[in-house]
Design a protein around this ligand. Structure first.
Ligand SMILES: C[S@@+](CC[C@H](N)C(=O)[O-])C[C@H]1O[C@@H](n2cnc3c(N)ncnc32)[C@H](O)[C@@H]1O
Length: 224
């Protein structure tokens, strides 16, 4: 059982649900890059892990050189690995990897509003639905009109948590573009387009609280 989020990332090598989730997230990132108008494509990723979802796509995508991104991750080892991957891709002048607190809107100042906001591996680690609502309510600060939010949500004990996530997005001026369950059936991955007006300032200085711990097997296998 992993003891920290760095070890948790090793599960990508063995867990079907994580491998399938990554495949879908990367397809949504790639589709969002394809859909972006000519010019710079701004991307932000909160709680980005080692950034393998975005960086894996940029390794081959024809729009890679148009991307400007900021990834924010608390674990220093993951941040280091992400920075190394960025250097290997030759993208260090356009992709920032911040070892910092992604729950603070200030961590994204200067990098928003974005065309793509990646909030994967977060929703299953929030304390309650109120915080999920708060996070989604703040996304208009992070996104341009027409920008995409990409998210994941695990299901557990037969509860389809993704359904509520999809409703909350709809209640906050987002249109669902894609939604898919992993073949394992217990992980939802969504892509929603923001149809409202970008907020010039965030609603909250801290827009969510991350309470998940990688020691809880339930969180590891089915929630992130
Ligand atoms: C379930 S993992 C998801 C990682 C990545 N997004 C993915 O899908 O592979 C959650 C990540 O959130 C990070 N994290 C937890 N609290 C954080 C915070 N306050 N700020 C930034 N990252 C945080 C953890 O270190 C961990 O890497």
């Amino acid at each position: 059982m992993p003891k920290d989020w760095f070890e948790w990332h090793d599960l990508y090598q063995t867990q079907d649900v994580l491998q399938q989730r990554l495949e879908i997230v990367q397809k949504y990132i790639s589709d969002s890059l394809d859909a972006a108008p000519k010019g710079t494509i701004q991307v932000v990723s909160a709680c980005s892990g080692d950034g393998r979802d975005l960086l894996g796509v940029l390794a081959n995508h024809p729009r890679a050189k148009d991307v400007r991104a900021r990834l924010v991750e608390l674990n220093p080892q993951l941040a280091e690995r992400g920075k190394q991957a960025i250097a290997q891709l030759g993208l260090a002048d356009q992709i920032e990897f911040i070892n910092g607190d992604a729950t603070l809107t200030a961590s994204f100042a200067g990098a928003v509003p974005a065309d793509i906001a990646i909030v994967c591996g977060i929703f299953g680690n929030l304390p309650d639905e109120e915080v999920l609502q708060q996070l989604i309510r703040n996304l208009p600060y992070f996104l341009k009109t027409g920008g995409f939010a990409l998210w994941t949500r695990g299901h557990r004990d037969g509860v389809n948590y993704s359904e509520r996530v999809r409703q909350i997005f709809q209640e906050n001026q987002f249109t669902e573009v894609d939604f898919q369950l992993t073949a394992t059936g217990n992980m939802g991955v969504g892509r929603h387009r923001f149809e409202g007006q970008t907020l010039a300032a965030p609603i909250d200085e801290q827009f969510f609280v991350f309470t998940g711990t990688p020691d809880k097997i339930g969180l590891i296998v089915s929630s992130p």
